[in-house]
Ligand binder design. Structure first.
Ligand code: ZN
Ligand code: FE
Length: 254
């Protein structure tokens, strides 16, 4: 049985660790030491590294980990990932036989040029593209690309567990409340997330069903979100890409 465990890194990054029996794989190891400590403490052998995109807080620990153990490194074909052995893109598969796990690769550009997500076993590892109740900044792509990537993820089943790269949930919810003030599901989510954080627990994984109901960046066609975007811009827009661009810009200044 595969277990998925968050390891904290830096201030608010998660390194997702997939474990079964004596084996483990890690997603986005921005630092090596939390992984090394965990493997040692739990008596696990590293068998694979998966990277979603090239940012240092996601790949910074890879070189040191492969120095410790030479394992396959999966990552986007279009980005420079340290020690990459398996360059991947849309529809490629990642097989990790030691964990009896298989993931499909989705191209989700926008935050970075060739950002990928891994989807399998009802779980989605989406790096800095989809966050709990938010999304990543658009650094290397366009708003249109980012919205298309988010919509692609949003089309996965409701029960899909969302494992993203950062614990940004409370701040994201605060912003979401400003955009979508009358959303009662969102209000309930804020209460629940605050309780988890007060208890020192992660707010992740969330589910795609929850995200579709509360994440403003997946709700750019909702009248309430369109209205808020119009108020922010002081203009009348309704097409989803313009609405997305407006609320992303608003979030950057929030
Ligand atoms: Zn990033
Ligand atoms: Fe990041």
């Amino acid at each position: 049985m595969l277990e998925i465990v968050p390891l904290s890194a830096f201030k608010d990054n998660y390194i997702w660790t997939l474990r079964a029996g004596k084996y483990a794989a890690v997603v986005d190891p921005g630092e090596a030491h939390p992984v090394k400590d965990y493997l040692l403490r739990e008596g696990l052998t590293l068998v694979a590294i998966l990277a979603t995109h090239h940012h240092p807080d996601h790949v910074g620990g890879i070189a040191e980990l492969v120095e410790m153990k030479k394992v396959p490194v999966f990552g986007p074909r279009g980005e420079s990932i340290p020690a990459l052995t398996h360059p991947l893109g849309e529809n490629d598969r990642v097989e990790i036989p030691e964990l009896a796990a298989e993931f499909f690769v989705l191209d989700i550009p926008g935050h970075t040029r060739a950002h990928v997500a891994y989807y399998g076993l009802g779980s989605l590892f989406c790096g800095d593209t989809l966050f709990a109740c938010g999304c990543g900044r658009v650094f290397e792509g366009t708003a249109g690309q980012m919205l298309a990537s988010l919509s692609k993820l949003a089309a996965l089943p409701d029960a899909t567990k969302v494992y993203c790269g950062h614990e940004y949930t409370l701040a994201n919810i605060k912003f979401a409340r400003a955009v979508d003030p009358d959303n009662s599901v969102l209000a309930a989510r804020e209460e629940q997330a605050a309780k988890l954080r007060a208890a020192g627990r992660p707010t992740l994984p969330s589910t795609l069903g929850e995200e579709r109901a509360t994440n403003p960046f997946l709700r750019c066609a909702e009248p309430a979100v369109i209205e808020s975007a119009n108020k922010y811009l002081g203009a009348r827009i309704a097409d989803p890409v313009s609405v997305f661009a407006a609320i992303r810009e608003w979030k950057n200044r929030f």
